[in-house]
Design a protein around this ligand. Structure first.
Ligand SMILES: Nc1ncnc2c1ncn2[C@@H]1O[C@H](COP(=O)(O)OP(=O)(O)OP(=O)(O)O)[C@@H](O)[C@H]1O
Ligand SMILES: [Mg+2]
Length: 252
């Protein structure tokens, strides 16, 4: 359903993404992995429309979306979370979620209970009137996911959702994603450095390195791919977890 074809992005002289192609199937959990600076977040920014591509094509259900502004892609159901959390620090947790629902205007909501169910499932019921920066870090990350769900996504893209979480929170996140797949079937693109998490969650993997596609396929093919082992799996990156970032005020 999501097709990335020959997509490139350069920032001045830096080729952050270099002619990358892969597809994400319907209701598939697709891991996007690779060393720091590989171009993973840039790829998410290109799919969501935060950045415009330098070359290539991005299609959702065969329709090109790469020329559409980010809001329109959100309305089509391309939703994402941010590696550096972007929450409105002056708004309550509930308002942070409602803001996302603006994109639902004019769309038929086939599932009006989804957000309330997700609030309960992601343990946010007791903090709806609080502001995000009063929450523990793991809860802020969960809020970002629920906010993305408010778009009733067809493609949900999560940029390091387990970063800064402890083991218990990471296990809970895994269970929540399992719940989500039943409750709201959609395709999920998951960036994570936690390979244990990636390997248990994902049906397909795409590996990037220095902006290029290294491999794409099933986890078993990827873990036995010598190039992938050399560039990423052999390096111990999987134990590297980002430190919590500050809550930022969303720019737009
Ligand atoms: N706005 C920008 N301007 C200039 N260079 C950028 C910009 N965004 C990313 N880059 C560069 O593009 C490359 C890819 O960065 P990106 O953030 O996509 O990597 P990543 O795979 O998400 O890494 P990490 O695992 O550390 O999050 C890096 O060399 C980075 O410095
Ligand atoms: Mg990144």
């Amino acid at each position: 359903m999501l097709t990335i074809r020959g997509v490139s992005k350069n920032f001045g002289g830096v080729q952050a993404v270099d002619s990358v192609s892969f597809t994400v199937g319907d209701n598939e959990i697709h891991g996007l992995i690779g060393p720091n600076g590989a171009g993973k977040t840039t790829m998410l920014n290109l799919i969501s429309g935060l950045l415009t591509i330098s070359a290539g094509e991005i299609e959702l259900d065969g329709q090109p979306v790469h020329r559409l502004p980010a809001e329109q892609r959100a309305r089509l159901g391309i939703a994402r979370t941010f590696q550096n959390l972007r929450l409105f620090r002056n708004l309550s947790v509930r308002r942070n979620i409602e803001v996302a629902e603006i994109h639902m205007r004019g769309r038929r909501d086939a599932d009006p209970d989804l957000v309330e169910d997700a609030i309960a499932r992601f343990c946010l019921s007791g903090v709806l009137d609080d502001t995000p920066d009063s929450l523990p870090y793991g809860q802020m990350r969960r809020l970002e996911i629920v906010r993305a769900l408010a778009l009733r996504p067809r493609v949900l893209m999560l940029d390091e959702p387990a970063a800064g979480m402890n083991h218990a929170e990471t296990d809970q996140l895994f269970e929540n994603l399992t719940w989500l797949r039943q409750r709201h079937p959609c395709s999920i693109v998951l960036i994570e450095h936690d390979l244990k998490f990636i390997m248990s969650a994902c049906e397909k993997l795409t590996v990037m390195n220095m902006g290029r596609l290294l491999a794409t396929g099933e986890p078993a093919e990827i873990t036995s791919n010598q190039e992938v082992i050399k560039a990423y799996l052999g390096q111990g990156h999987h134990t590297d977890r980002s430190t919590p970032d500050e809550v930022e005020h969303i720019g737009t």
